[in-house]
Design a protein around this ligand. Sequence first.
Ligand code: ADE
Length: 319
Amino acid sequence: MNILRPKSFDEYIGQETIKRLLKISVDAAKKRNEMLDHILLSGPPGLGKTTLASILAYEMGKNFKFAIASALQKPIDLVGLLTSIDKEGSVLFIDEIHRLPKNLEEILYISMEDYIVDISVSKGVGAQSIRLNLPPFTLICATTKPGLLSSPLIDRFGIHGYFEFYQVEELTAIIKRSAQFLELDIEEEASEFLAKRSRFTPRVANKLLRRVRDYVQVNKIKLIDVEAARKSLEIINIDDLGLNDLDRKYLRALKDIFKGGPVGIDNISQFLGESPETIEDLCEPYLLKIDFIQRTPRGRILTENALNYLESKNYEKSL
Ligand code: ADE
């Protein structure tokens, strides 16, 4: 259990467009005494998709059932999940839905539309199956790569929420809220200092705050000011843009080894000794957002902004 995770809409900061849309849908569904439509949440990692899904279950007064698509490999895995739905209905959440095997996508979208699932009881010629009726449920799926989903699956979501990077003011508010939960005293300027280095991402903001907590605890500092925050980030090599060692290695490789690109993700990941998923999920979303790299059909290319950064004091300081 992550104690920093907000439980209701009121506690959830940011993503105002999605929240407005979902609040109306929740109110309407409750008035009609129906389940909420199926929902697809897409956007970069760490922006609170899982959190929002659990809030929707809470606001609807339903049980929240969590699964991750990479753990659903065989039909029986998915059938097990679908048959675990409460009689009164559940909110079923599947994270990283783009990793669901294609043969399971079909089972899933049939269940979404018709609330049935077929269980095969024998194999081969004359294979038999039993049809089970499912209680009502709301399926919420999250993905960082909506482009990988098949259109029959996408078509069955009634609502599509697009997550966006957070504003610095929103991240400052999130850090202040988290500091309260962690019983930390933090100055406004220090919250803002951390917010600016959080890659527009609450997951990163909370991670930085936990590192600052370690630092002030060990050094017996009672009040977190900018100086304490700065020292904490220096120790973990986070610079003023929120870039870390892996980002810098990535940028340097793109410039020196791959001559600015274009270069494919497999070549970069092989050179850095990290999986393509790590690079795609942890480094690239932010580097794209701050326009340090661009994705082209032939691969990644380095931008002018990144070249300027690699020649800046900010970069040298962090070496
Ligand atoms: N913690 C992580 N994300 C949050 C958010 N969007 N609002 C409040 N607290 C959070």
